[in-house]
Design a protein around this ligand. Structure first.
Ligand SMILES: [Zn+2]
Ligand SMILES: [Zn+2]
Ligand SMILES: [Zn+2]
Length: 345
């Protein structure tokens, strides 16, 4: 996007001297270019035309859709398994220790489970952000600068605003697209980005809670650990330390064999929640740092590609603006956005 907008400056329509005749897709005006230009910007409506694009085929769209649906179903079943398995494995232990402990944890579980499931559904099933419908194609209808820096999406056969990207998995243009997430089977864009971040927050908190509770419950029901010869190890050397570690490991392993089904589920919950916690925390941290920098993941990639000439300010205000209410659709109209930029520069 940024590249095509930049390179188009070189081919801006200035003089009408030679006969490179072309029609602007935005306003339908016939333009005469001084020389052949693969990418050019219309002097009237501001739309960018790229003559090098071949009409693309949307191959394997059904395959990508099917993959996304499968991932969503697997993830949803896994979330339900963690909730139900956790309740089945942890609750009897908690209620056997203290009734109050059981009640407090029931409330916590309901809150965390409801938040995780609802934010997951919102980010997965909500439309990621449809670009606004604009008039295009004929001169009197399209005013001067109405399609400033718009390009033509050859997949959707519609104008594409400067902040929109076409997602080949969803088969549509998405406003402020961050990335296509196969696990929610949806794009992360203007309409569901906050829900996606909320889902990551809820999922990280839930996995921390599950790992603590499964650890606590499994320590309570773990069979007695018998050490064979650890008492005879005196003094300290690396050899003795390795020997002691081996003894402890073997003692735990032999007692783990006697674990009940409940104990095995607890061990599984602990291992899976800790590994998910690490992955999700990295993803959440990465997302928050992009929001702090005022860009999306795709914006970050394109700014790297074009040498970083499209620098946004790093500011905590970006995070507040992201989570705050004034997140209206008006910021996606290039005319408003550009006029605001001109004032701040
Ligand atoms: Zn035009
Ligand atoms: Zn498109
Ligand atoms: Zn998508």
């Amino acid at each position: 996007m940024a590249e095509s907008a930049e390179s188009s400056k070189d081919y801006f329509v200035t003089t009408v001297t030679e006969d490179h005749d072309i029609t602007c897709w935005g306003c339908g005006l016939r333009l005469l270019l001084p020389s052949y230009a693969p990418v050019f910007k219309c002097g009237w409506c501001g739309a960018i035309t790229n003559q090098n694009v071949n009409k693309p085929e949307n191959k394997w769209l059904w395959g990508r859709r099917l993959r996304d649906r499968c991932f969503v179903v697997i993830l949803f079943v896994f979330i339900l398994f963690v909730i139900c398995g956790g309740v089945w494995a942890v609750y009897p232990v908690l209620f056997s220790i203290s009734y109050t402990l059981g009640i407090v944890n029931s409330i916590l579980t309901v809150i965390l489970a409801a938040t995780t499931v609802s934010t997951f559904c919102l980010s997965a099933f909500r439309c990621a952000g449809t670009p606004p419908t604009v008039l295009w194609g004929s001169y009197p209808v399209v005013g001067k600068g109405d399609l400033e820096n718009y390009t033509f999406c050859h997949y959707c056969s519609k104008p594409k605003s400067p902040r929109a990207h076409h997602c080949r998995s969803c088969g549509t243009c998405v406003l402020d697209m961050d990335h296509h997430c196969p696990f929610i089977g949806n794009c992360v864009g203007a309409s569901n980005h906050r829900h996606f971040i909320a889902f990551l927050f809820a999922a990280v908190s839930s996995t921390i809670y599950v790992s603590i509770m499964s650890m606590y419950a499994s320590l309570h029901i773990w069979p007695p650990v018998k050490y064979r010869s650890i008492g005879h190890l005196n003094g300290f050397s690396s050899h003795i330390a390795i020997q002691a570690f081996k003894e402890v490991f073997l003692a735990f392993a032999s007692s783990a064999v006697q674990l009940s089904a409940r104990g095995l589920i607890l061990v599984y919950l602990f291992i899976s929640s800790v590994s998910l916690q690490i992955g999700l925390s990295v993803l959440l941290w990465q997302q928050l740092s992009y929001i702090y920098e005022g860009k999306t993941y795709l914006g970050h990639l394109s700014s790297q590609g074009s040498g970083g000439d499209h620098i946004e300010e790093k500011d905590c205000q970006n995070i507040l603006r992201f989570f705050g209410c004034p997140y209206s659709i008006s910021r996606y109209f290039p005319s408003l956005r550009n006029s605001h930029k001109r004032h701040t520069k």
